[in-house]
Design a protein around this ligand. Structure first.
Ligand SMILES: Cc1cc2nc3c(=O)[nH]c(=O)nc-3n(C[C@H](O)[C@H](O)[C@H](O)COP(=O)(O)O)c2cc1C
Ligand SMILES: CCCCCCC(=O)C(=O)O
Length: 387
């Protein structure tokens, strides 16, 4: 697979139709409706839902629709090479699996299955602080794969330092610090179903295995789980962080640091001024501020302001190979894929993640070639037209 994403189409056409029908649709825009039929309502609502009435989620998709690809003919695009390296991390394609917490609500193997799939695909996974399995177990499942760690920045410095120390020891090579979720947004689907995974004791694995966290508890989690969960959740809520606290992270992390959730060009400049290595232009998949601007809308201005000073990554609303091509053409170095791989996990575990991602990469590779390009580096804003 690594280096040859379109091979997947050949496997399906030439070898697979009779006895290897894919585990679910290869159309990434339909996978959500398949998942809706097969998933339990609570987890489906949590994954698929957004903030408020879903206006930002729709804006994310609409933003992709406004950019159109303008294909070129008679170019040398027969063989493509989509492999790349981002912040020192080699990847088979310019894609990472976005940090998604509490994955065991959709499949019992949760992040372990995702970690195995990511390693097989040759793409990095970004493990959430709120994972269902301890970061060390996920690292073991990921083996020789590439992995980054996403930090929800706890308001207890000892716990923060301890998590970073563990992540480094377990081979996570870059740190992604999420800034846009210092409290959960108004999410009517979860409220209507009274469904919040954390309060059910999911997403606490990194806390309940952390010596600094455990040392701060009056009673161990076995004796008072509810209190331990509340303490963990409250560590991430409240906006007590400011730009001048970023040096704390530098003191405790010697690899690349990426700020996730940047939407304003001035915040992108501040990240660059603070010496950050990268940013993720993202509105958290429309899960935080309903009414926010579609994430792709702000990508070009941010790339033009800071693209020469730090690495710009992108997520929110990427569903197809064409979407990936558009985000790269507008200057993203790579894209984080969110819900599509989570639906794959829900529908078929590790195989499902592989199928969802391989389908998207095969479509990307073919779209790249049919548009007249050989590598992602050939893409520029001139490959597109704003309609
Ligand atoms: C169920 C779910 C859980 C998520 N958990 C986290 C998380 O723990 N940390 C984080 O930084 N982002 C989290 N995100 C946001 C994703 O990293 C990413 O920004 C978003 O899913 C991208 O949008 P998309 O799903 O439209 O592709 C979560 C998203 C979903 C759908
Ligand atoms: C204190 C916030 C934890 C949220 C973790 C999951 C998440 O990011 C989401 O969007 O849901």
């Amino acid at each position: 697979m690594p280096g040859q994403p379109a091979q997947y189409q050949n496997e399906i056409y030439l070898h697979g139709l009779a006895d290897q029908v894919p585990p679910f649709t290869t159309d990434a825009t339909l996978v959500e409706s398949v998942a809706r039929e097969r998933m339990a309502p609570g987890p489906f609502g949590y994954v698929s839902g957004g903030a408020g009435c879903g206006d930002t989620m729709r804006a994310n998709r609409a933003a992709f629709g406004r950019w159109r690809i303008v294909p070129r003919m008679l170019t040398d695009a027969t063989t493509r090479d989509v492999a790349t390296t981002v912040l020192g991390t080699p990847m088979a394609a310019p894609v990472l699996l976005a940090p998604v917490g509490v994955q065991s609500i959709v499949h019992p193997d949760g992040e372990l299955a995702t970690a195995r799939a990511a390693a097989a695909l040759g793409v990095p996974m970004v493990l959430s602080t709120a994972s269902s399995y301890p970061l060390e177990e996920v690292a073991d499942a990921n083996g020789a794969g590439q992995r980054w760690f996403q930090l929800y920045w706890p308001n207890e410095p000892e716990v923060c330092a301890s998590l970073l120390h563990r992540a480094k020891l377990a081979g996570y090579s870059a740190l992604v610090v999420t800034l846009d979720t210092w409290t959960l947004a108004w999410r009517p689907r979860d409220l209507d179903q009274a469904y919040l995974p954390f309060l059910r004791g999911t997403g606490v694995a990194n806390a309940f295995t952390d010596p600094a966290f455990l040392a701060g508890l009056a009673k161990p989690p076995e004796e008072d789980q509810a209190m331990a969960v509340l303490r963990w959740v409250s560590m991430f809520t409240g906006q007590d962080k400011r730009w001048d606290q970023l040096p704390f992270l530098r003191e405790h992390w010697d690899g690349p640091i990426v700020l996730k959730g940047i939407q304003h060009v001035d915040d992108a400049r501040r990240a660059a001024d603070a010496g950050m290595d990268g940013i993720v232009v993202s509105n958290h998949g429309g899960r935080q501020v309903d009414g926010a601007i579609g994430a792709l809308e702000v990508l070009p201005e941010i790339v033009s302001a800071v693209g020469d000073r730090l690495t710009v990554l992108f997520d929110s609303g990427v569903r197809t190979g064409a979407d990936l091509l558009k985000a790269l053409a507008l200057g993203a170095s790579a894209v984080l894929l969110g819900r599509p791989y989570v639906y794959g996990l829900a529908l078929a575990g590790e195989d499902g993640v592989r199928h969802a991602v391989r389908s998207l990469l095969a479509e990307f590779d073919l779209t790249l070639g049919l548009s007249g390009h050989r590598t992602p580096a050939d893409l520029t804003p001139e490959s597109l037209r704003h309609a």
